[in-house]
Write a protein of this length. Sequence first.
Length: 469
Amino acid sequence: MQVPLPLKDTAVYWKNLAAIAGKVIGQAARTGPARLFSNAKQYPWLASFGSAPKLYHLLVGSRSGAYRQANARLLKAIFFHGAEAANTLFEQPERLVLNEDLVPPEILFAMGLNSWFVEYLGFLLPMLQPQLAEKYLDVADNAGVPPDICSLPRHIMGIAHAGDLPRPRAVITSNSPCDGGMASYTVLGRQLNVPVFHLDVPYNFYTQRAADYFVKQLENLIAWLEKHTPGRMDFDELARICQRRNAMMEAESNLWDMLRARPAPLAAEAVYLNHLWCFTVRPGTQEALSLMQDIARLAKENYDAQKGALEKEQARALLWGVWPVFLTPMWAWAEKTWGLSLIMDSLSFNRLSPIDTSSERSMLRDLGRHIMAGPMARHSRGPMENYFNDMFFAVENFDIDMLIMSGHIGCKNAQALNGILREKCRERGLPLLVMEYDLSDSRIVNEKGIHAQVDHFMENVMRVKRLGS
């Protein structure tokens, strides 16, 4: 017999869902029906936001208490920003700069420019409307894009080849994290016919020489942006942005300290998707700082009450690599089916220091260090130690029971290390699941196939009982 939800949980669910609906409807009314129809016709992916309530239900509806509040708060922030960002695409095209996901937008914000994180679509579309994402993958394949590279840049190239990307004033990219990602921005620049700036991240990026080199890169970027856009650098504003980013890092550090507890007070999207949105899409903004502080506060509620996010935490996992984006609700399924708690992931975990805001150079130096050691890049560039040291530090720090290695078919650099990884896990007695899938394309391994891999591992390797059996 199913136990009725507490009234507070029901209220949290409907209050935040109503706020999201109100925001989307309000932005649509502001745009006007004629222009809204024109925009939707020109950019078909806009219609995918109509699936937001379904994703909201899958990620919020199965959680309870502070965990439910955290996910509801997170999704409200994501969809609020999505509605506002879609509007700025059309209202201020002269200030629109398309930036790669590994180039955080703090400098753009300080220059009064609007950042369009193009991989935002690469993550959101498979979450909201997987069939549309797969359609764009087919467009890319038919245009001659190699089908064996990562489906994230392939997806974006497909959108560009279909003519469905808004045209910015400029594009900023880097040589991270992989060949497919780098190549995609050559295609975007050509398809959009706009100037492109390529940041060059050194191979050994942790050295002082690399830090000094990258300061010059950022100085060149600022000068280039002032040439190609109406933006002008305001270092006082950059200092305020960096101070808020530092406060975000402090709040997240407090959250991570609490995740070491058994059972963990929060898990899954409240950790990894929260980090991705706050530090990649909206770093240094008041909205991201408020979200991170709210998530940490909700974690503390559970921590102080010695209450876990899950009703029964049977295993604690570290995910190394990107999750199957088209199946984002899989962690909610794993929680209810196996008591499997996703504690941390490689895209989130880092050991970066706060940004020194005492001078213009110190800000550029430390921002440069954050960019060079961005998600994926910090583990896929440089010597092998960059890959493994963080991994096994996280295993120890968060009291991890099992490692899930992303078997994303397009991530060749990670697959090349799996043999060494198996040896290292065997030496430590750490259970390893290499979970095979494609990041964006459910036709490679579908939901049933992914669930079967987890079922087999939990039953035969972890030896835990299926909940409710």
